[in-house]
Ligand binder design. Structure first.
Ligand code: ASP
Length: 448
């Protein structure tokens, strides 16, 4: 029998109805043996996530404000799940412990982690699975740095003792037992660590969407679902803004060659998106996998005669950004020009320093700064060695009279990055999508 690890996000465990859907999914497949849960999330748009309520409790204590009412709201959320699903568990005892800790100044990490902790306890009882406390098996060092190797060893040894278990996501502990959380959304990371530790065949990540779409549905009407995508393509798309998974969740499973399957708790028949290391047959067939874009970048273009002959120019240029601790997004080059593209948010208050340093260290002939640039990534492993793809992108934009401010294609030929004015972003994505949608096959037939 294989092993599936299934992580259920906040909206999939938000209330009794969602948790009973979750149980149906789990009992439908006995290979789903290790279940990771988030804290109860939003039940409707304006609802509060339990994690946010817990952080607010901690904040109220900081400001010497009473917390009893707010804490009661949290208890009520869990009590109603317990009642609706008729789970035989003594929650009051747990609430008392947490309230005591809260009042004696427990850390924000401890307080925030209790949402996952309580939910996992409840759900383990409901499913008849063992409960494994993440504080015992997810390890951080005394400075709060995650300990990968140690965690893997401890986690696999512990889980080998449990045929079926529920594990709370989001947190672990330091050597002295103090709770430490991952960053927000970190239950995805716990799920990936568990999948690796038990050598799972697949890491299922259950959420409230049926995986990834080829473009943002707010921009493109009914974009195609992406059924398979490689880890590399996902990186290209996700850093441009298509975030469904916590970034750090990819690395443990990718290294262990375990696919991630994004699934929808509200539509369990949908196959969702499978993220793999290998390029699927389906992916080879299609030209592009997805398009994603992001606004608000700056392009700093440096001109200097014979720049191309100057050894070390790019190194000295990038050192300026390194020294000022500014992340570089892209660095397309021409013969006598080079551009550096950075997110506005990363450079805004340092722009003058950057320009001064470029002047001082590189003595350029001139520098231009272009504001309000949006970047669009058109991504697909299927585009490598297939001629005509960029032509199609550029033609689509030309037909829409959209001015291209910058072009960059990685040598992996897996993505084409273009820069356009902020206000053209949506139109550009829609027109690129349009150019490929339904015509991918034509293009292939034409060139193969
Ligand atoms: N509950 C935590 C958060 O809201 C962790 C998670 O759901 O992954 O960030």
């Amino acid at each position: 029998m294989g092993i599936k690890v299934a992580k259920f996000g906040g909206s999939s465990v938000a209330d009794g109805i969602q948790i009973s859907k979750m149980r149906d999914i789990i009992v439908a497949d006995p290979e789903r043996r290790y279940i990771i849960v988030s804290a109860p999330g939003k039940r409707f748009e304006k609802d509060n996530k339990v994690t946010d309520l817990l952080y607010s409790c901690r904040e109220q204590i900081n400001q010497n404000l009473p917390i009893d009412q707010l804490f009661q709201v949290i208890c009520d959320r869990f009590n109603s799940i317990k009642m609706n699903l008729d789970i035989d568990i003594d929650l009051q005892k747990e609430f008392d412990i947490i309230l005591d800790h809260l009042k004696s100044n427990a850390s924000a990490d401890y307080v925030a982690s209790r949402g996952e902790y309580l939910n996992a306890k409840l759900i383990a009882k409901y499913l008849g699975f063992d409960f494994v406390d993440s504080a015992e098996v997810i390890k951080f060092n005394e400075h709060g740095k995650f300990q990968d190797k140690e965690t893997n060893a401890v986690l696999s040894a512990e889980l080998a003792k449990h045929e079926y278990a529920v594990i709370p996501g989001f947190f672990g502990s330091r050597p002295d037992g103090r709770v430490k959380t991952f960053s927000r959304g970190g239950s995805d990371v716990t799920g990936a660590l568990v999948a690796r530790a038990v050598h799972a065949d697949v890491y299922e990540n259950w959420t409230d969407v049926s995986g990834f779409l080829a473009a943002d549905p707010r921009i493109v009407k009914d974009p195609k679902p992406i059924h398979t995508i490689t880890y590399k393509e996902l990186r290209e798309l996700s850093y441009m803004g298509a975030n469904v998974l916590h970034e750090s969740a990819v690395f443990p499973v990718k290294g262990a060659k375990i696919p991630i399957n994004i699934r929808n708790t509200n539509d369990p028949e949908d196959r969702g998106t499978m993220i793999t290391d290998e390029v699927s047959e389906e992916a080879r067939e299609r030209v592009i996998t997805g398009i994603a874009g992001h606004k608000d970048f700056k392009v700093i273009t440096i001109y200097k005669d014979r720049l191309n002959d100057e050894i070390g120019f790019l190194r000295r240029l990038s050192a300026i950004f390194e020294d000022l601790k500014i992340e570089i997004e892209h660095m397309p080059t021409g013969i006598d020009t080079v551009s550096v593209i950075v997110a506005n948010a990363n450079i805004d208050d340092k722009l003058d320093d950057v320009l001064d340093e470029i002047d001082r260290r590189l003595q350029p002939d001139s520098i231009d700064v272009f504001d309000d640039i949006a970047l669009i990534a058109t991504v697909g492993v299927g585009m490598s060695f297939r001629p005509g793809v960029s032509a199609k992108v550029f033609t689509a934009l030309a037909e829409e009279h959209i001015n291209i401010r910058m072009i960059d294609q990685g040598s992996s030929e897996m993505n084409i990055i273009i820069g356009v004015n902020n206000q053209d972003l949506e139109r550009a994505i829609a027109s690129i999508y349009d150019a490929f949608e339904g015509s991918g096959k034509d293009l292939k037939a034409h060139f193969s």
